[in-house]
Design a binder for this molecule. Structure first.
Ligand code: NIG
Ligand code: FE
Length: 423
């Protein structure tokens, strides 16, 4: 069969192979197929074949578009499985408070933090929110991300939570990046429920979840299970109700204190538990037994200046699948770049670039339920890939703070050319 598009003379082509059914765990993490002087053939938006240049000729016909990638790395597009994509209200002005030593949860308790962004988001129209989300999706795409998860959680009323999810849908409809939506109504207790948090939990269960389900606006339901935010018991109530509506489950778990979020994720059969800086050994073992993916967010501890690290060694030892994400949000991780996350993965988590790539592609695809079509370059899967201005995978993780994504392809279509959007 002839290719529509053939990338030739690739300096280094790296992808996982054979993990579309289940994520890489333990010593499997970072097992990649790596080719030098390689080709990648694309047909009808999907990968047709890949391998050494000696096998490329058979795919080249008169109408095949050929792109030369001499000296360059070609990697699967990143799958970013944890982002707070839709919001209005950045919070650079809170830097001073942070530098003065005020902890994150105290900033929130004083009515700032998440609640600052809630105020601005409530005032924004769906059109404004969609325009802001589109701009963010553009930046993600420019940095090599081709699929993202997107949470609500800055509305905290039924109407404004729906508005955020609708904005994500509108932005995604006109954008090459695939968006998987998550309802995160349980992100903070809004000021009007400060004295009656249980009533807010009731509102989420009785009004928000049915409304989101009725409009089919989200695949996942997530809860910020944290001291002073939603307790384990409240999180369990919300997530059990979500399950009954057919949502798959996620959890912001053990991010700032050890509360038992990891165990709860395992108990409820969640797809992923995210953050996990303070997850206990029992929690990690329970996650392994239940097959819950750990989504680690090193950009968040970086932004929070937290010396705490998730117990990566215990996760690998126990067989918990590890994924990586940005946690893109205006409070704890204002970056769209999964390239930076590759750097933080070795800097702060001790992962190799190969482990980080697997955690940011196939395992992160599993964390949002899209590994059947995204997360690796294998025959029949979507041709979502990036040509880097870098000779190899290691270089992408090593040369940090700049954007090395030169050309980005989504389902075989070029959407970034020479570092500029072209879709
Ligand atoms: O994942 N922890 C809760 N949610 C986000 C932060 C949101 C914000 O500060 O705006 C997080 O860290
Ligand atoms: Fe988050």
């Amino acid at each position: 069969m002839l290719a529509d598009l053939l990338i030739v003379n690739i300096g280094e082509l790296a992808t996982t192979v054979g993990y579309s059914e289940r994520p890489q765990r333990g010593s499997e993490l970072g097992q990649l197929a790596v080719y030098h002087d390689a080709f990648l053939a694309v047909k009808a938006g999907n990968v047709l074949a890949l391998g050494p240049m000696s096998e490329a000729k058979q795919y080249q016909g008169a109408t095949t578009q050929v792109i030369d990638a001499t000296g360059q790395a070609v990697l699967p597009g990143f799958v970013d499985p944890h982002t707070h994509l839709v919001f209005a209200g950045w919070r650079e002005h809170e830097l001073a408070m942070k530098l003065a030593g005020k902890p994150y949860l105290e900033i929130l308790a004083a009515g700032y933090g998440i609640l600052s962004t809630v105020r601005a988001t409530r005032e924004a129209s769906v059109t404004e929110l969609a325009a802001l989300a589109k701009r963010t999706l553009d930046r993600m795409l420019l940095h090599g991300t081709t699929t993202v998860e997107a949470k609500s959680g800055y509305g905290l009323t039924t109407e404004s939570e729906l508005r955020q999810l609708q904005a994500a849908k509108i932005a995604a409809a006109a954008h090459p990046v695939n968006v998987v939506s998550t309802f995160l109504g349980a992100h903070a207790i809004p000021p009007e429920y400060k004295q009656a948090p249980e009533a807010f939990v009731d509102l989420i269960i009785e009004e928000m979840l049915p409304a989101v389900a009725a409009e089919d606006l989200a695949v996942f339901c997530d809860v910020f299970c944290e001291e002073g935010v939603f307790s384990v018991e409240q999180s369990r109530r919300i997530l059990l109700a979500a399950k009954q509506h057919g949502f798959k489950l996620k959890l912001h778990a053990d991010e700032l204190v050890s509360l038992g979020g990891a165990q709860l994720a395992a108990e409820l059969g969640a797809t992923s538990a995210d953050h996990l800086l303070y997850a206990s050994l029992e929690g990690i073992k329970a996650m392994a037994a239940a097959g819950v993916v750990a989504v680690l967010l090193p950009g968040t501890s970086f932004t929070l200046r937290s010396p705490q690290r998730p117990n990566v060694a215990a996760m690998l030892e126990a067989g918990v699948p590890i994924a990586l994400a940005t946690d893109f949000n205006p409070g704890t991780c204002p970056t769209e770049s999964m390239q930076i996350v590759q750097t933080l993965a070795w800097q702060s988590l001790g992962l190799t670039p190969a482990q980080a790539l697997a955690a940011s592609t196939i395992n992160s695809a599993h964390a949002i339920g899209v590994a059947d079509r995204a997360g690796s370059l294998e025959a029949g899967k979507a041709a979502d890939f990036v040509i880097y201005d870098a000779p190899n995978l290691d270089f992408v993780a090593y040369h940090f703070g700049v954007n090395l994504a030169q050309h980005v392809f989504k389902q075989g279509r070029q959407v970034v050319r020479d570092g500029n959007l072209c879709y």
